[in-house]
Design a protein around this ligand. Structure first.
Ligand SMILES: Nc1ncnc2c1ncn2[C@@H]1O[C@H](COP(=O)(O)OP(=O)(O)OP(=O)(O)O)[C@@H](O)[C@H]1O
Ligand SMILES: [Mg+2]
Length: 232
């Protein structure tokens, strides 16, 4: 997506494991992966191969069983306040949108700013501007139930960007959309990511989506089996 990428990785992962059920389930089983700043990485692989687990560990939603993971020079094992670290660095987008049904589009977008130091009016203005960029200027006060799937995912994209993250973690973001809406959502997301120089890590089963990535990382049995594209 970017012609020139810095060579230093934004995320470095070595020997990463994530075990459940006293080690009977090895969701991650020795992942080795570097991700460069500004890169669009698609993570593909069979169901159960550990794709969501890897995103969750990168986003500090799960704590690994062993191995090392760095964000720039910050070792995850040294992070004291995971929720602050997460809020400052990561935006999340999920297949099922995960919007709060009783909040308007605008209020959903500012949910991740709750507890942040800034002014509510500033966050509301930024949310409005993000939703407008995503073509939802006429939908600010709509509740999720009154929005189409593509519109809901665009609200979720705005929400993922509200705290100016460096990395967007997206788990099957187009998985609930028809192909036309999927391409539109992807165009909007990749456009914003490219303009802002963000890093995008996206799990997808859709080959028309992964074809647009800088690099395709294929997982199997909790490991990176193969990567395709320019190596870091
Ligand atoms: N909280 C959990 N407790 C126990 N096992 C888990 C847990 N989360 C994931 N697993 C197991 O870890 C393995 C990897 O799961 P993961 O959700 O990462 O797969 P995935 O590649 O995202 O699959 P899919 O394409 O179906 O979403 C699976 O065998 C899954 O059942
Ligand atoms: Mg998954």
């Amino acid at each position: 997506m970017n012609a020139i990428l810095p060579t230093t990785p934004i995320i470095r992962i070595a020997g990463l494991t994530l075990h459940f059920d006293d080690g009977q389930t090895k969701a991650l089983n020795g992942v080795e992966l570097d991700i460069r700043e500004g890169e669009f990485v698609a993570i593909v692989g069979p169901s159960g191969s550990g794709k969501s687990s890897l995103l969750n560990v990168i986003g500090t939603l799960d704590i690994p069983t062993s191995g090392v993971i760095f964000f720039h020079d910050q070792a995850y094992s040294d992070i004291r306040n995971a929720s602050l670290f997460r809020r400052e660095n990561f935006g999340f987008i999920f297949q099922g949108f995960h919007l709060i049904p009783t909040l308007s589009a605008l209020d959903n977008v500012i949910v991740p700013t709750i507890g942040c130091a800034g002014e509510t009016d500033d966050y509301r203005a930024r949310a409005k501007s993000l939703l407008t960029d995503l073509g939802l200027a006429e939908r600010l006060n709509h509740f999720p139930g009154k929005l189409s799937g593509g519109e809901r995912q665009r609200v979720a994209i705005a929400r993922s960007l509200i705290n100016r993250p460096r990395v967007i973690l997206a788990d099957e973001p187009t998985g609930s959309l028809d192909s036309e809406n999927a391409q539109q959502v992807l165009d909007l997301l990749t456009g914003i990511v490219k303009r802002q120089g963000l890093t995008l890590i996206m799990v997808t089963h859709d080959t028309s989506v992964s074809a647009r990535a800088d690099r395709i990382v294929r997982m199997r049995d909790g490991k990176v089996e193969h990567t395709q594209g320019t190596a870091p």
